[in-house]
Ligand binder design. Structure first.
Ligand SMILES: C[C@H](O)[C@H](O)[C@H]1CNC2=NC(N)=NC(=O)C2=N1
Length: 189
């Protein structure tokens, strides 16, 4: 588009406006246009993944869905926050390896399980999870059963369903270094 625009603008304003000022205006327009398209991309994904917009728009800008672990949770008392649809949740589930989704009496939840070396290693695991949860202001449900079986469930309690916050938290938990706490997987003989 800027190729078409340039000659037209140049021919009309060659006599009135010095070239430097014309370039400055065009460059400013270009920067604002690039910024606007980037904002549109983020807004569209954000509204579609919190149930605010249509899932189809999320597919249009799916590239920004890939970096959930670099995003930030928003306060759950945001009045615009609504549970996302099961289809939107399924789309995002592909972005959080190892996590699964359950429907608990109509409440969609994410969950993932690990086996730790010992009861105390399980508590160490929870401490690492807690640090992430506190920094995000978004918290999982932590289960430690049979002394070494860890299960984490995540959903947005304030609205009784899943929002993008839950997937961001799951993606950040996936980045945690916990290999030192986990029981080595038994190698099939
Ligand atoms: C205001 C602040 O966002 C709320 O107190 C947070 C705290 N952590 C939370 N965590 C989860 N999972 N769901 C919530 O609704 C929630 N609310």
């Amino acid at each position: 588009m800027s190729r078409l625009l340039l000659p037209t603008l140049f021919s009309i304003s060659r006599t009135q406006v010095p070239a430097a000022s014309l370039f400055h205006n065009l460059y400013g327009f270009h920067k604002r246009f690039v910024h606007w398209t980037s904002e549109m991309s983020q807004d569209s994904v954000r509204s579609s993944t919190t149930g605010g917009g249509s899932a189809s728009r999320a597919r249009t800008f799916c590239s920004s869905l890939d970096d959930l672990s670099t995003k930030k949770c928003v306060p759950c008392n945001n009045k615009d926050l609504r549970p996302m649809t099961e289809q939107s949740a399924q789309n995002l589930l592909e972005k959080v390896a190892g996590w699964d989704m359950s429907n608990d009496n109509g409440t969609l939840k994410l969950h993932r399980s690990w086996t730790v070396k010992s009861f105390t290693k399980g508590l160490d695991f929870f401490k690492r999870v807690a640090d992430i949860a506190e920094s995000e202001g978004h918290h999982p449900d932590l289960h430690l059963v049979g002394w070494n079986n860890v299960k984490i469930e995540i959903w947005t309690h304030a609205i009784g369903g899943l929002t993008e916050n839950d997937f961001i938290l799951a993606a950040k938990l996936n980045e945690l270094q916990v290999e030192d706490l986990l029981r080595k997987k038994k190698v099939a003989k």
